[in-house]
Design a protein around this ligand. Structure first.
Ligand SMILES: Cc1cc2nc3c(=O)[nH]c(=O)nc-3n(C[C@H](O)[C@H](O)[C@H](O)COP(=O)(O)OP(=O)(O)OC[C@H]3O[C@@H](n4cnc5c(N)ncnc54)[C@H](O)[C@@H]3O)c2cc1C
Length: 287
């Protein structure tokens, strides 16, 4: 099926893009990689009168260290993330997750900003952003807002983005020397959307866990922080960690939503498998 007719503009300046978004509020959509939006238009799930193609805004394509953070422009593609030494060094969790996103042709054009704005509950980056509590930089005609990932994701395909705003960048705190970041996912085939996925960041001080963050994807309407499990891990001696107790805490708090892929109990089991594998990999020093 072909999409309904639409007008198309490709601005070359951010101010011009923002003016267009404000002027055509309610009937405009931002076009980035188009890997999700164009399919939604063809399926009549989205029918904007105007597409504002932001791929001409070269300032949104950069990856740069800014003090203790890595700032990643919204137009950075999945492929760019995978070939960036800055990303692999400073945000290994994001780097690991990018290799699970779709396939080469899609990775070459799909963007991190598009993925976060779409907020698909089975997508990798929203869970990574939540795990690391990244900051989303949102720009509207009247200024900039900085929103933490914890506040940004608000439900099924729902975010804190307001009409007229676009994501310009995402800022991740650089991984610390005593921090291990691990991404694990189960999918039918590499590159398919996840059946269940998990993003984990553990800080370890003198053998004890001194800060644990754990976010799951494809378990509900939005990525979910496993708060009780995070609390349970805090202060534990890593080498002496009792896995069954961790899994019991996870089971007590994570009640995945069933979907077309699997029942809730199956997903809960898979989530436990991912947690075991991630903790096992850290224990063996191979994460
Ligand atoms: C076959 C296939 C398999 C896929 N598999 C996966 C997968 O395994 N994991 C995964 O995470 N994704 C997957 N995707 C989706 C892919 O990652 C997309 O690239 C991504 O979801 C959207 O990015 P995009 O740049 O293409 O955005 P677009 O499709 O251009 O836009 C998506 C939405 O975000 C909005 N938007 C885009 N950029 C911005 C911005 N800067 N500010 C505000 N709003 C913006 C658009 O208006 C639109 O509503 C898959 C896609 C396909 C076609």
């Amino acid at each position: 099926m072909k999409s309904p007719d639409f007008d198309y503009v490709k601005p070359t300046r951010l101010a011009q893009a923002l003016s267009l978004l404000a002027e055509h509020e309610g009937e405009v959509q931002i076009l980035a990689g188009g890997q999700s939006l164009l399919a939604m238009m063809n399926l009549r799930m989205s029918w904007p009168k105007l597409l504002v193609d932001i791929t001409g805004l070269s300032e949104l394509r950069t990856i740069a260290l800014q003090g203790p953070s890595l700032r990643i422009g919204a137009l950075v593609t999945h492929a760019q993330l995978l070939s960036s030494a800055l990303v692999s060094t400073h945000v290994p969790l994001l780097f690991q997750s990018a290799s699970h996103v779709a396939h080469l042709a899609i990775r070459n054009v799909g963007t991190i900003g598009g993925s976060l704005a779409l907020a698909d509950p089975a997508a990798e980056y929203p869970a990574v952003a939540l795990c690391l509590n990244a900051t989303l930089v949102l720009q509207g005609l009247h200024g900039e807002r900085r929103v933490s990932a914890q506040n940004f994701f608000q439900g099924l395909y729902q975010t804190d983005l307001r009409a007229g705003e676009l994501i310009t960048a995402i800022e991740f705190a650089s991984v610390q020397a005593n921090e291990v970041q691990v991404f694990r996912e189960l999918a039918r085939r590499r590159g398919d959307y996840a059946l269940v996925g998990m993003a984990m960041a553990l800080r370890v001080k003198q053998g004890r866990i001194d800060g644990a963050r754990l976010a799951f994807l494809a378990v509900g309407d939005q990525p979910v922080l496993a708060l009780k499990t995070m609390q349970h891990l805090q202060g534990q001696v890593l080498r002496e960690l009792a896995l069954p107790a961790c899994l019991a805490v996870l089971r007590s708090e994570l009640i995945p939503k069933a979907d077309l892929q699997a029942q809730s109990t199956t997903k809960a089991h898979w989530a436990g498998v991912l947690l075991s594998r991630a903790l096992g990999a850290i224990g063996e020093g191979v994460a």
